[in-house]
Design a binder for this molecule. Structure first.
Ligand code: 6PG
Length: 210
């Protein structure tokens, strides 16, 4: 079933409300630009961050101080300001090594158990670094996959890993995303419709709403 659409003039405030309602102890952060103001706002919330384990939907295999690093962005906006425990992807693109670490955190579980996952949506319908038609979408066992892209090689959580998400919240802003939102809501064969989260919401700014 496609995600539920919520259109809001204030993406950050709406996402903060969803965060507080979910009260996550395991949290997945999206990369890209859209989440930046949200992460800054989350850092200002009175929340027991010392109980939170933070993971990432995907990462470009670059040093953490590289401008394209999702971990670097999350650190500057949120993780430097709260007492959460973060599990960044390795910069050396070692998918197996990170999967081993993830399976240790969620020892004994068939999937990771993520209470809340903030995810992005690309204009082509990708989420995390799961791109339409990419082989990583066919990964049915491993929790982490390596994806080769023109900008950087990437690591991404796979569909088996995202199947452990309780609440998936896609943060979408920009008229360039409108068609992708329309196609996801129509049930098209795009990565968000392959993510088997228990609940899924597209939180869209008006310019991204079909
Ligand atoms: C990444 C992502 C990716 C991102 C979308 C939307 O590393 O690029 O995690 O899935 O969330 O491409 O990116 P914007 O928010 O910058 O539009």
């Amino acid at each position: 079933m496609p995600p539920h659409l919520v259109v809001t003039d204030d993406l950050v405030a709406a996402a903060c409300r969803l965060f507080l309602k979910a009260a996550p102890q395991t949290l997945v952060l999206a990369g890209g630009n859209t989440p930046r103001p949200l992460y800054t706002a989350l850092a200002a919330l009175d929340y027991p961050w010392d109980t939170v384990q933070v993971f990432f939907s995907d990462e470009r295999c670059v040093p953490h101080d590289h401008p394209d690093s999702n971990y670097g962005m999350a650190t500057a906006t949120l993780l430097n300001h709260v007492a959460a425990t973060a599990y960044p992807f390795p910069t050396d693109c070692d998918a197996f090594g990170y999967e081993t670490a993830l399976r240790e955190v969620f020892r004994g579980e068939d999937t990771p158990t993520f209470d809340l996952a903030f995810l992005g949506l690309g204009a082509d319908g990708h989420t995390a670094s799961l791109f339409p038609g990419d082989a990583a979408l066919r990964e049915a066992e491993h929790w982490v996959a390596r994806v080769l892209r023109s900008d950087h090689p990437r690591l991404t959580l796979t569909l088996p890993a995202l199947a452990g998400v309780d609440q998936a919240v896609y943060l979408v802003r920009g008229a360039d995303k409108r068609e992708a939102v329309r196609r996801v809501l129509a049930g098209d064969d795009l990565p968000p419709n392959l993510v088997q989260a228990r609940h899924a919401t597209i939180l869209a700014a008006p310019d991204a709403a079909p």
